[in-house]
Design a protein around this ligand. Sequence first.
Ligand SMILES: Cc1ncc(C[n+]2csc(CCOP(=O)(O)OP(=O)(O)O)c2C)c(N)n1
Ligand code: SF4
Length: 283
Amino acid sequence: MVTPEDFGSHETAWCPGCGNFQLLEGVKNGLAAAGIAPREVLFVSGIGQAAKAPHYLDVNVFDGLHGRALPAATGAKLADPRLEVIVESGDGCCYGEGGNHFLAAIRRNIGITMIVHDNQIYGLTKGQASPTSAEGLVTKAQPGGVTSERFDPLSIAIAMHANFVARSFSGMPDHLARVVAEAVRHPGFALVDVLQPCVSFNRINTFAWYKKRVYELGGDHDPSDREAAAARAREWGDRIPVGVFFRGDRAPFEQRVPVLRDGPLVGREHDTAALARIMDGFR
Ligand SMILES: Cc1ncc(C[n+]2csc(CCOP(=O)(O)OP(=O)(O)O)c2C)c(N)n1
Ligand code: SF4
């Protein structure tokens, strides 16, 4: 039996009170509930406070560049589809510089779970606006307030037929663990956007701010209904829904790629002379 303790316990470099702590525990609990052992999982992160999360887990880890976790994760998943590949990083990393990779991963429906610590700010670089910052938010780098519309990851993911779209909140650890467990079990690309207060640089979207607004999607929501999911995703303001918005049934990319029909690429014999001939062809 897999337990949360199997994923280890480490000192972190996060600020006291940060929403990342509950997220870390939620991920451990979710993976244990899904029965996924540490050696079966590869975490790929970018750069940021959130991107440090995999450093605090006893799992396989690859640190990508800021915004570039998904391409590395995609390569790993194609090399060995048996791996449970999870991208874990911040909203700046996943939706800003990583935005195009996010769209490509949804289109491909690659079997990766992307867990986003959505604190609506750049934490590591000390408080600049991120794509999910609210319009008008004042920061040291945006003294006149953010002038762009907020990026809405759930609406985009649902509009593009992402296979699993969910949101949770670090203030709801049990809910978070349940959603993570469900996301990793669902085939294809799964998005878990987690509302994560940054107590140092986002003084607006605090735990108290979210607690007043967040509510759980109930039995009246049908996650197979994409139109209903889109309508719920647009709800943002006095009431903010969390839960599984949408569950699709598209076949994962790794099941459709011809080269993988004969099994994983790792461990296969490869002909270095043939590879050298191909490389010579580019000279
Ligand atoms: C290619 C590249 N662009 C920009 C940066 C600078 N940078 C590092 S972390 C970061 C933002 C972090 O914000 P987010 O991804 O939301 O994570 P958080 O720190 O809030 O958890 C930026 C802009 C970088 N290291 N590399
Ligand atoms: S800066 Fe914000 S996101 Fe980063 S550790 Fe501190 S509270 Fe958390």
